[in-house]
Each structure stands twice: as structure tokens, then as C-alpha cells.
Design a protein around this ligand. Structure first.
Ligand SMILES: NC(=O)c1ccc[n+]([C@@H]2O[C@H](COP(=O)([O-])OP(=O)(O)OC[C@H]3O[C@@H](n4cnc5c(N)ncnc54)[C@H](O)[C@@H]3O)[C@@H](O)[C@H]2O)c1
Length: 333
């Protein structure tokens, strides 16, 4: 499906784009979408490892370490980069296991990119934040753009600090940095990279592969989620609108769906009636319990016209359809 069918290539500046962390869950689809839109040679993908065949064969790729200022600066100069999307990070569940590594990767990579923008070597930055900036003391339902933020995970602390630095660099140095607090993202093209919402991807794989799934979150754990196509659409839209429309320079709340493992399982059962779920919560339950159940994203809707396309049913159809090739022979109704 072409999620940018109505947009034209003219709506983008013909500037060169660098995606750091391009081989991850979001980076892969973002790279493919941007290449389709602005031309493959205008989008340089980079990561510390190689990615999917589709990504590697679709345009320029460079191995680079996001924690090395020199490596990133070299790429920017060599490819005459104007815009950087910084997607490299250590995610919530993994960063709890390697706190200092997580902090170093998440913060140093951001400083490198912000400093390149401050020194006018690049003109625009996208940096993703997360619902992990919120914590146990944050109001859980319809969590407001501006509210209590006392994150209790290494990842959340790094994202909250990152947001403050983004706003600081914008106010102090005029850096054009744009950001979204992504909810849990669901996709079938690339596997998730160690987050607390990974269950919502794994469940579709296991439903097709084995007809059953053991959730690492309790049945009633409600979290904000979004289908990847919507997240990519939001990201590209936010980066395309005129600078004056971007009124929040920390990071925008963004929402589409909220569901629990139980409601997700019920949505899958409509298509695979014999599907079964059970529950064995692990350390990720505590992380999920500290996050909001739903998000108020009215500022994104007002400021730059955000609208989501995928509800739970539409996403479920798309996920099962998309994964069918990987698990042929499975019956669906
Ligand atoms: N996926 C989600 O549900 C979600 C939700 C909220 C926020 N985010 C944020 O979006 C961004 C991308 O997330 P993702 O899910 O694609 O993550 P991911 O783990 O799938 O991908 C991250 C990529 O970064 C690469 N990387 C790691 N260390 C690197 C380094 N030193 N140098 C260069 N590349 C390196 C990895 O190889 C990987 O390909 C992250 O900032 C993440 O915090 C993701």
C-alpha cells in the first residue's frame, strides 16, 4: 500500500537525508518510504549492522557508529546531508539490562546530531521520543502533552532528558529539531528491537506460526499503540510542514489506538478462531505499569494536522495479510 499516494515529490525539498539506525524496526520502513518519495540516492541509510535485503539493495548504505561524532560528521560532509533522522537507540527493555550503555548511546548520538545542526552542518533533525517519558506519577488516561513526567526507566530518563535538550537547542541556537513521542509501534516488515510493547508484534507471528501465544504482559495492561504506516506518515508529515507550524520543540504526543493483550487476542481470534493466549508477566510488566494507557495528542492534530488511519481491526487484517507469506499454510477465516 502506498501511504503517500496523495503527496507529490514536490512537497519535499530535494535535500539529502541521512538515516542513522536505518536497519531497525522504524528505520527500515522510514528509509523505504523516504526513498520512494524523494528518490533512492537522496536517502543514505546507515547503521552499525547490515539490514534487510530490501533495504540494502534499495539505495546507498554506510556502516557508521552513532556514538562516534567523527563517523557521523564524515557521513554528513561526504554525502552533503541536509536532514538527519536519528533512529539509533537502545530500547526500554534492553536498556534496563545495560543501563550505562543505553544512556551513552541514547544521549551521545543525540548530542552529536544536535551539535552538527548547531554548527549549521545540517539544517533539520528528526529525533524520536517515546511514551516512556511518562512515569508512575503521570495521570494514566488521556495523558496530556504537558503533565507530570517522572520516568522510572533508563530509557525513559534518556528520552525525557533528550526532549529537554532538543527544546534547549531550538531556543538557544535555533536548531530545527522535530520530535514525536511514539507509542508502541506494530509492523510486520521488521521485528521490534527490545521494547516493552514488542508483545503486540510477536503475538501476530505466534498466532500464525503456532496458534497460541504467551504474553509477557498481563491481560488487562492497556497501552497506547500505533500501526507502523501511521507512524511513518506522522514522521514524514512533521518533517515536511513549515517550521513555524512546529510549535512544540521538545516532542509531540501522538496517538492512534489503545488496547490490552486480551483485546488484541480477541481481534486476532476473529480471523483465527482457534488462537489461544495465556499470560506469564515478566520484568516488562513493571515498565508497562509505569506508562500511560492512553494519550491526548490534540496538539499534533491542531498544529500539523495529524490523523491516524489504522484502527485495531484494520491493523489486524494488514498484519495477518502481511505475515502470511512468512508463515504459509496457516488457515485464516
Ligand atoms: N519501536 C517502537 O515501538 C518505538 C516506540 C517509541 C520510540 N521509539 C524510538 O524510535 C527509535 C527507533 O526505534 P526502533 O524500534 O526502530 O529501534 P530498533 O532497536 O529496532 O532499531 C535501532 C537501530 O539502531 C541501530 N544501532 C544501535 N546502536 C547503534 C550505533 N551505535 N550506531 C548506529 N546504529 C546503531 C541498531 O542496529 C538498530 O538497527 C528509537 O529512538 C526508539 O527509542 C520506538
Amino acid at each position: 500500500m502506498d501511504i503517500f499516494a496523495e503527496q507529490t515529490i514536490n512537497s519535499f525539498m530535494a535535500s539529502k537525508i541521512l538515516i542513522i539506525g536505518a536497519c531497525g524496526q522504524i528505520g527500515t520502513e522510514l528509509t523505504m518510504a523516504l526513498r520512494k518519495k524523494v528518490g533512492s540516492n537522496n536517502v543514505i541509510a546507515s547503521d552499525i549492522r547490515e539490514g534487510s535485503r530490501e533495504l540494502m539493495e534499495s539505495g546507498p548504505f554506510e556502516i557508521a557508529d552513532a556514538t562516534s561524532f567523527e563517523s557521523i560528521e564524515n557521513l554528513v560532509i561526504q554525502h552533503e546531508i541536509e536532514e538527519v533522522y536519528l533512529m539509533a537507540a537502545m530500547l526500554s527493555a534492553t536498556a534496563e539490562k545495560f543501563p550505562m550503555k543505553g544512556w551513552e548511546l541514547n544521549m551521545n548520538s543525540l548530542f552529536h546530531v544536535l551539535n552538527l545542526a548547531k554548527d549549521k552542518k545540517i539544517s533539520k533533525v528528526f529525533w524520536p521520543s517515546s511514551i516512556a517519558v511518562f512515569g508512575p506519577t503521570t495521570p494514566k488516561n488521556d495523558t496530556a502533552q504537558t503533565t507530570i513526567m517522572e520516568p522510572s526507566t533508563v530509557y525513559g530518563i534518556s528520552k525525557q532528558a533528550g526532549e529537554r535538550w532538543c527544546e534547549y537547542y531550538h531556543k538557544k541556537f535555533g536548531v530545527d529539531v522535530r520530535s514525536i513521542r511514539y507509542p508502541g509501534l506494530i509492523s510486520y516488515k521488521t521485528l521490534p528491537g527490545g521494547g516493552t510493547t514488542d508483545y503486540a508484534v510477536e503475538i501476530y507471528h505466534e498466532a500464525l506460526k503456532r496458534g497460541k501465544y504467551t504474553s509477557f504482559l498481563k491481560e488487562d495492561t492497556e497501552l497506547p499503540m500505533m500501526f507502523m504506516d501511521d507512524a511513518i506518515k506522522a514522521t514524514v508529515n512533521l518533517m515536511t510542514v513549515p517550521s513555524e507550524e512546529v510549535k512544540i520543540r521538545s516532542s509531540y504526543n501522538l496517538a492512534a489506538l489503545n488496547f490490552t493483550p486480551k483485546t488484541l487476542a480477541e481481534a486476532i481470534k476473529k480471523h483465527i478462531p482457534e488462537f489461544e493466549i495465556d499470560y506469564a508477566p515478566d520484568f516488562r510488566q513493571a515498565i508497562a505499569d509505569s506508562w500511560p494507557s492512553s494519550i491526548d495528542d490534540s496538539r499534533a492534530r491542531e498544529d500539523w494536522g495529524w490523523q491516524h488511519d489504522f484502527d485495531l481491526e484494520k491493523m489486524t487484517v494488514e498484519m495477518l495479510e502481511g505475515l502470511k507469506e512468512m508463515y504459509p499454510g496457516e488457515k485464516q477465516e
